[in-house]
Design a protein around this ligand. Structure first.
Ligand code: AMP
Length: 511
């Protein structure tokens, strides 16, 4: 059997000169390809020494660092399943993921060890390690005792590589199961489609500012660099001024639309700063035409917008190559990637005509294997002929470019992060003095969308906006906490009793 382990495919493309730089950090650290190989080997040995069953999950909630990426690679090498968790998640959220995914290993920041270990041991997790963003913690201490060579465990294409949790409007998060084959096929397609393959190996430099608990930063960005032996400048987080400082030495930058809005607010963003860049990519949320045009005006670069999701990795992209690059179109996400089939259907599942708005369904080697331990939900989300129902609504224009029109599931995307209204409504409805609530997204110049709550008070109660926001901050990640809270005497409902969120969005559009 040939080995389909994703790490093996990366390693096959590592540069001949293994002393070349693979990762550079702003505070002056250099990791060579040799370092990547040996440090991930030590971590893989540590994981292997725990004698875990095949398919065991390694849940990771740590700050971004080169070691966090090495832990991901080590998990692949050991043949285990990587489960990244947003660093903003608090106790209630982590408890749900740990109970649902039943990981064998949990790795957390040293600062969170107290509460994470309590949650983990309560759920019978066997091993809890810490990993700081400054190379501290028990994970590296333990790994240091292990050998720095490791024979990567062979995997079949359908073996699981990662589980990414993505919530649903029902409020229950679902774990999207991605196989080595899903991730490898998408990485290879993007390697060709976005021009990494056209360049001499190792000649690109990726400026990596995205978080690595999400498909965009962990898979799309990192995989592209790993598969082409290209150096990454590894920023701990997005900071517009820091990005500007490193842009002149970079050739590729990937971001969410908010990053581009913030870069445009910097006087230093000009043609000279972007001279070496060959590709700016935007995704995870809609890029405003206004941003696309302002960026072109200022830098002479057209941002390439693409569309994908945790369950499928990347699906659709504006063109990269040659003359086609001239037709990167604002407001569209481009054309289906090679090997990916995208169709638009109406409510009855019948194919829509050109230009008609409908539900987006997709099929391809990149599409996930299903939701973790949710066979019924998985069955609901696939059609009989094997298409995945994305939950997004869109249309194709005459030239085959896809436009995303909205999200059928009322998902809010704030600053590139998904916020599921139902989850927040659940917390608000539990508060004293609240009869019911509706959470909506309204346009916001910086975050794309801002979370807003609309509350119907109970009886004669007079809840207070600041108190509601303060109470939510104790319970959920900051990016989910409403920026504004409005009070109404009743929620608008349609004949079927459904809350008409579109009316609320119109009414409360101005923050
Ligand atoms: P996630 O699973 O967190 O990556 O979120 C996936 C969702 O983000 C998709 O289902 C879309 O609703 C949205 N999305 C991703 N890329 C774009 C884009 N370029 N334009 C509009 N929405 C997008």
């Amino acid at each position: 059997m040939s080995d389909a382990n994703l790490y093996t495919q990366f390693a096959a493309r590592f540069p001949a000169d293994m002393s070349a730089c693979a990762i550079e950090t702003p505070d002056g650290l250099y990791y060579s390809w040799d370092d990547m190989e040996h440090a991930s080997a030590r971590l893989a040995h540590l994981l292997a020494s725990l004698d875990l069953p095949q398919g065991a999950r390694v849940a990771v909630q740590v700050e971004k660092s080169p070691e966090a990426l090495l832990l991901y690679l080590a998990t692949l090498r050991a043949g285990l399943v990587y489960l990244p968790l947003n660093t903003a998640y608090r106790e209630a959220e982590i408890a749900y993921f740990v109970e649902n995914a039943e990981p064998s290993v949990v790795v957390c920041s040293p600062a969170n060890f107290g509460w994470v270990s309590k949650v983990a041991f309560k759920a019978n997790v066997g091993h809890v390690f810490t990993l700081g963003d400054d190379r501290t913690g028990s994970l590296l201490e333990r790994a240091a005792y292990h050998s720095d060579t490791f024979a990567t465990v062979p995997r079949a294409p359908e073996d699981l590589a990662a589980i990414l949790y993505t919530s649903g409007t029902t409020g229950r998060s679902k774990g999207a199961m991605l196989s080595h084959g899903n991730l490898a096929s998408n990485a290879r397609v993007l390697h060709e489609f976005w021009g990494w393959a056209d360049r001499p190996a190792g000649s690109d430099v990726l400026l990596h500012a995205l978080p690595i608990f999400h498909v965009h930063g962990l898979f799309v960005a990192s995989h592209a660099a790993l598969l082409s032996g290209s150096k990454m400048i590894w920023l701990p987080k997005f900071d517009a001024q820091q990005v500007l400082r490193h842009l002149p030495r970079s050739t590729v930058f990937m971001g969410v639309p908010t990053y581009y809005v913030r870069l445009l607010a910097e006087a230093g963003l000009d043609r000279q700063a972007c001279e070496q860049i060959r590709l700016f990519v935007s995704g995870s949320a809609p890029l405003l035409r206004e941003t696309f045009e302002a960026f072109r005006e200022r830098t002479a670069h057209t941002i390439l917008e693409r569309y994908g999701m945790s369950e499928t990795v990347m699906l659709v992209s504006n063109p990269y190559r040659g003359e086609a690059a001239q037709v990167r179109r604002a407001g569209t996400v481009g054309v289906p990637l090679p090997g990916v089939f995208v169709r638009i259907v109406d409510d009855a599942g019948v194919a829509s005509g050109q230009g008609e708005i409908g539900h987006i369904q997709v099929r391809g080697p990149n599409v996930f294997a299903g939701y973790w331990r949710m066979p019924e939900k998985t069955a609901d989300e696939f059609t009989e002929d094997g298409y995945f129902k994305t939950g997004d609504v869109g249309k194709f224009d005459d030239d085959g470019y896809l436009h995303i029109v909205g999200r059928s599931k009322d998902l809010i995307i704030s600053g590139g992060f998904n916020v599921y209204p139902k989850e927040i409504e659940g917390f608000i409805d539990e508060m004293t003095g609240v009869a019911e609530s509706a959470v909506i997204g309204v346009p916001h110049p910086d975050f794309g969308e801002a979370v807003v709550a609309v509350i119907v008070p109970r009886g004669g109660a007079v809840p207070d906006e600041a108190a509601v926001i303060g109470a939510l901050k104790q319970k959920i990640a900051n990016f989910k906490v409403p920026k504004r809270v409005h009070f109404v005497s009743e929620l608008p409902r349609n004949a079927m009793g459904k809350v008409q969120k579109n009316l609320l969005r119109e009414r409360f559009a101005v923050m």
